[in-house]
Design a protein around this ligand. Structure first.
Ligand code: SF4
Length: 479
């Protein structure tokens, strides 16, 4: 043990909603690896992940962990949608411990002013923390007001392996996350990746060491089933990505692959064939809007036709198709949004995300809303309606697409495309009463009735299709 070894506790709160989180906070497992390697003791408690496990295991409270572990430094990551939960957690920690509190995460990068005179907090880390965390922890002391630490932009080689040994509940994990690269070279008008990742430069990691890390994780944790690729833009270089797929398939880890986001114009048949051979399950495409004018404004650097072509290819290969839309982008309105719903209904994706547009400061969308509408407080706002139809009101709206119409558009989209997971049939009945109330409030009778009448047949059709697909291996290339 390091003679000046410190104890570091990383905490992430759970959101008070009905989403199930199936992954551990990745940033903490990366920071934890850097600190563990330097001889420090690290514990990660991600309450969102632990709640999502839904297992009869005892989850220690913050008080129990602090009293037992007696950390020298406590880190909390703040996401904007978890703003209230993070604030309560910081309150609780500061009453239980005198250890310096370090805050990081996207919210601190985008809104440092929220905590820069907070007497509960000693450090605020803005940007990526890999390059600064060790020095910060080793020299950390209690401060009256927070010291702002500017993170550096690590190269691909500076990004370590995730460390699951330090994460509470890590041995129950089924999904292993990895970034093959960080950053994105594109400039979609609503996206804040450029602001969080310190620019548009992509940092590619060494693929051989990524494969080694996955193999090692599977050796240590044989229950891992799926490798989640969580890059901002994993196929930014399509030949490199194909190279990864070949290497991954050759390694025969026994894990499947899942990709969070894929760029449509960089998908081709060879990539999908290699992806299937590597155990790839899904492709999720950023579709944003089904209306050509709204789509054009996004500045994605690709066309709606290219997205449609990628959708056809994904369907041709029977991969699980996910689509990701944004409601209420610049120049969108209720009528134009119906094009997105129509597209989703024609394409019939296996899953779909309907994100409410959120104007992040520093993005072109933020400027647009300032000129053409109203921007409210985005703190605590979740961009998705949850599987029990809970949501908070949109935080930005425009003259052409007011707040109420945005909610109607959001609900209709989720209802008419059965956006929630097929295993939610139990919820179907408990949601019925809530939906009746929402139908009255937002005058969405047709969508609610259609949903209530058609959900059960839809559920069984989808469940049967899923079973046939995976039991009989109907993905092309896997036959
Ligand atoms: S391609 Fe994705 S990550 Fe890149 S700017 Fe667009 S939305 Fe953001």
């Amino acid at each position: 043990m390091h003679p000046h070894s410190k104890k570091i506790l990383f905490l992430n709160p759970a959101k008070n909603d009905s989403f199930a989180v199936d992954r551990i906070h990745m940033g903490f497992t990366l920071m934890g690896q850097i600190l563990s390697e330097a001889g420090h003791q690290v514990k990660v408690l991600d309450y969102a992940f632990l709640r999502g496990l839904n297992l009869p295991i005892e989850i220690p409270s913050v008080k129990e962990v602090i009293n037992k572990f007696k950390p020298d430094v406590i880190g909390v990551s703040v996401f904007t949608y978890l703003y209230d939960e993070s604030n309560s957690l910081i309150d609780e920690i500061s009453e239980l411990s005198d250890a310096p509190i370090v805050l990081g995460g996207p919210h601190i990068t985008l809104f440092p002013e929220d905590f820069n005179s907070d007497t509960r907090v000693s450090y605020l880390v803005r940007g990526e923390a890999e390059g600064v965390i060790l020095d910060l922890v080793e020299n950390a002391g209690k401060k009256n007001t927070p010291v702002i630490v500017q993170g550096s932009v690590p190269s691909g080689d500076d990004i370590p392996a995730v460390n699951l040994d330090i994460a509470y509940g890590g041995n129950y994990l089924k999904n292993y996350q990895i970034q093959l690269s960080r950053g994105c070279p594109y400039s979609c008008n609503f996206c804040n990746v450029e602001l969080i990742a310190g620019g548009r430069k992509v940092r590619a990691r060494n693929l051989d060491s990524c494969i080694e890390q996955i193999t090692e994780a599977k050796r240590k944790y044989p229950d891992l089933q799926t490798v989640f690729i969580t890059d901002d833009c994993p196929n930014f270089d399509r030949e490199r990505f194909k190279n990864f797929l070949v290497k991954f398939a050759e390694r025969k880890t026994g894990c499947n692959l899942h990709i969070d986001n894929v760029r449509a114009d960089l998908v081709d048949e060879e990539m999908l064939q290699l992806y299937i051979k590597a155990g790839g399950l899904n492709i999720c495409l950023g579709t944003e809007s089904g209306h050509p004018d709204v789509f054009k404004q996004v500045n994605k650097g690709e066309s709606l036709d290219e997205v449609l072509a990628a959708i056809s290819l994904v369907k041709k290969y029977n991969l699980t198709l996910g689509l990701c839309f944004v409601i209420g982008l610049p120049d969108d309105n209720f009528k134009k949004h119906m094009h997105s719903i129509a597209l989703a209904k024609i394409v019939k994706p296996d899953y779909v995300f309907w994100n409410m547009c959120t104007p992040w400061p520093g993005t072109p969308v933020y400027k647009w809303f300032k000129q053409h509408g109203t921007v409210g407080d985005v703190r605590g706002f979740s961009t998705l309606v949850d599987p029990e139809f809970n949501f908070t009101l949109p935080r930005a709206w425009s003259d052409d697409f007011d707040r109420e119409d945005r909610v109607r558009a959001w609900l209709i989209a989720n209802l008419e495309t059965y956006a929630f997971p097929v295993n939610s049939i139990r919820r179907f009945f408990s949601n019925a009463v809530k939906l009746t109330h929402l139908a009255n409030k937002y005058k969405i009778y047709k969508a609610v009735i259609t949903y209530l009448v058609c959900f059960v047949p839809h559920y069984f059709k989808k469940a049967i299709k899923k079973r046939i697909k995976y039991v009989f291996g109907l993905q092309k290339g896997s036959i």
